[in-house]
Design a protein around this ligand. Structure first.
Ligand code: HEM
Ligand SMILES: [Cu+2]
Length: 629
């Protein structure tokens, strides 16, 4: 088998989906290692009374193997940025959105095939730029995934514009830029001979521009997020156009699988929210370059650290409003696709129609709409008007209603079902259980009075991990186990799958449940060492327990790695429809599907969840594409 450039720079939505999948899983491993480094520091801070991090002194030159505070800041900032922007969004939206939409709606391709490739290669470039930061003199970004100014506007020690990049980031970014422009050259330029010089020149220009703009870790972070924003926008336009225009005959809106509905609403969220983030990032980047002062107040204590000529007159609070106007909808961008895919999976393995199909769609719509009116629940402690706080507390509690409807309907789907506990199903059920815990802790946080105590503590860390790891990530696991046979034409190993699932489920709860306790005790998030504080001393054993569990959680991912790659070689050949599912990707496409997906254009006669329908004869499922006379 020879791999040609045309295969790498493919515009086939399936190839693009898998490129997103491999990229996202790679970043998942990287983000996980960062988390473990953080946890080591929290369990065994001060190396004299604790355990030095193995090899840290040798590799990084940290005295006594102890992580310096600024490195800790960079580690949690990179961890969260990677997990949110380079793992969950690219995997849920990029990988599964690209792969599944055409197959599920009976289309041979996406509406704009080139946009899909552009978004995957732009995401890779974003990753390369983000990881340029740690190699620059000022060090990596240290302002968390929220990048609040004024902190994000000032320069770290050693930062200075136009200082150029060392070799490693130069290689990383130019390689990624070559991929991006190589894709453009292959698919947009008509002329063959011009392709290579075009790609090379464009990549060089890209690197030069990036060097000028991204002169330190913080600036790299801005540029990286801008690129991710562009990539997700390109994807969203593509999904919307495809779902609206490319459905096969008979695929009416009321027959669309919930996974497709959820991606549609996700695309709406992306389209309406991301431009606001882009605006905020550009303003913040200009402030960081000392060209403007959008977010820098005049009476600010650290004024001496910014250029006196530009500082003043800006509002840090404005940034918080803009940031959360994007980032609250963004948390739904990170969960809605999982909502949809889990709905599909629960129905297949309970051999029952989804309970309340239409209410499920209305709930998605309500979450999408209300999601734009709750952003200031992140700002209760920011000094904004308390009356505003009450309004946002109410809207936040409202949004729990459609979320509750979804949970109720998932349980209704399982109720009385003939449940098949495959690995995919275990992960889907885990998703529901963990999402409930995350939603409930959200309600505590949404109460303005309780929030005074809990804001910026480990309780928030527990909340976000129950929704994003327990929710999005277990949803992602479910989706991987479920669609793997379609992707690669091989079955995964169920035993290894269950080892991975149970190991992850137990370890996950051991890591994140105790964080509720830390939070209620008042332990602040983003501190590199709390062990020396008198009031928290008794909590140190809990921190050690969490860290050991976190390493167990990391180890628990190894069966997934072995299963994922091993099954490519040793997995049993997958039939077209191993799960007896009703939707088109299983009933009308081979495993893996052919280039244009279907031998002939499918027609659809039924909804997506006809399990145990009397019309299906001997089978217990009625494919969407099977006419019934
Ligand atoms: C019932 C639904 C939910 C409610 C009522 C809720 C409420 C809240 C509140 C009030 C906060 C702010 C806490 C603080 O900083 O003081 C918060 C933080 C957060 N929530 Fe939720 N939430 C819900 C669901 C979700 C979901 C589904 C996700 C993601 C998939 C999510 C992700 C986050 C994240 C990432 C943060 C922390 C942001 C930061 O870093 O400061 N939440 N939530
Ligand atoms: Cu929020």
């Amino acid at each position: 088998m020879t791999l040609r450039l045309r295969d790498i720079f493919s515009t086939d939505h399936k190839v693009i989906g898998l490129q997103f999948l491999f990229m996202g899983l790679g970043f998942f491993a990287l983000g996980g290692l960062l988390a473990m480094a953080m946890r080591w520091q929290l369990a065994w801070p001060g190396a004299t009374d604790g355990m030095p991090m193995p090899l840290a002194e040798l590799i990084f030159g940290w005295p006594n193997g102890q992580m310096p505070p600024d490195v800790y800041n960079a580690t949690f900032s990179l961890h969260a940025t990677v997990m949110i922007f380079l793992v969950i969004i690219p995997l849920l939206v990029g990988a599964f959105g690209n792969y599944l939409i055409p197959l599920k709606i009976g289309a041979p391709r996406m509406a704009f095939p080139v946009l899909g490739g552009l978004s995957v290669w732009t995401t890779l470039l974003a990753g390369a730029v983000l990881f340029t930061g740690p190699f620059l003199p000022g060090g990596a970004v240290e302002t968390g995934w929220t990048g609040y100014p004024p902190l994000s506007a000032i320069w770290g020690a050693g930062s200075a514009p136009q200082s150029g990049w060392p070799v490693i980031p130069l290689v990383m970014v130019s390689t990624a830029a070559l991929f991006l422009w190589g894709f453009v050259a292959t698919n947009v330029l008509r002329s063959r001979w011009a392709a290579v010089p075009f790609a090379v020149i464009a990549a060089v220009v890209t690197v030069l521009v990036m060097q000028g703009v991204a002169f330190d870790g913080q600036a790299c972070w801005f540029v990286s997020l801008l690129l991710v924003g562009i990539a997700t926008l390109l994807g969203a336009i593509n999904y919307l156009a495809t779902i609206v225009l490319f459905r096969c005959p008979g695929m009416t809106p009321s027959r669309l699988p919930l996974s497709v509905w959820s991606l549609l609403f996700t695309a709406v969220l992306v389209l309406l929210a991301t431009p606001v983030l882009t605006g905020a990032l550009v303003m913040n980047l200009l402030d960081h370059h000392r060209l403007t002062s959008f977010f820098l107040p005049g009476d600010w204590l650290a004024e001496s650290r910014v250029h006196p000529a530009v500082a003043g007159g800006g509002s840090p609070l404005l940034h918080q409003h803009l940031f959360w106007f994007y980032s609250h909808p963004a948390v739904y961008i990170m969960i809605l696709p999982a909502f949809g895919m889990v709905s599909d999976i629960l129905s297949v393995f309970a051999r029952k129609p989804v309970f309340g199909y239409r209410p499920m769609i209305y709930a998605l719509a309500a979450i999408t709409f209300l999601g734009f009116f709750v952003w200031a629940h992140h700002m209760f402690q920011s000094g904004m008007n308390p009356a505003l706080g009450t309004a946002f507390a109410l809207s936040t509690m409202f949004i729990a209603v459609p979320s509750g409807i979804k949970v109720f309907n998932w349980l209704g789907t399982l109720w009385g079902g003939n449940i098949h506990f495959t690995t995919a199903m275990w992960n889907a059920v885990a998703f529901v259980s963990l999402f409930v815990i995350g939603g409930l802790s959200g309600l505590f946080l949404a109460s303005t009075a309780v929030n005074v105590h809990l804001h910026d503590t480990y309780f928030v860390v527990a909340h976000i991990h129950y929704v994003l790891f327990g929710g999005s990530t277990f949803g992602l696991f479910a989706a991987i186990y479920y669609w793997y046979p379609k992707f690669f034409g091989r079955m995964m190993n169920e035993t290894l799958g269950k080892v991975h699932f149970f190991g992850s489920y137990v370890a996950f709860n051991c890591v994140f449940f105790p964080m509720h306790i830390l939070g209620i005790r008042g332990v602040p998030r983003r501190y590199f060492d709390i062990s020396h504080l008198e009031s928290f001393k008794d909590l140190q054993p809990l921190n050690v327990f969490i860290t050991i569990s976190a390493f167990a959680l990391g180890v628990a991912q190894l069966p997934l790695v072995v299963n994922f790659f091993g099954s490519l070689i040793w997995g049993k050949a997958a039939p077209a429809n191993p799960w007896n599912a009703t939707t088109l990707e299983w009933t009308d496409a081979a495993s893996p599907p052919i280039r244009e997906n279907f031998e002939s254009r499918p027609s659809v006669y039924h909804g997506a969840y006809e399990y145990n329908n009397p019309l299906s004869g001997d089978d217990d499922f009625l494919p969407q594409s099977r006419p019934v006379s």
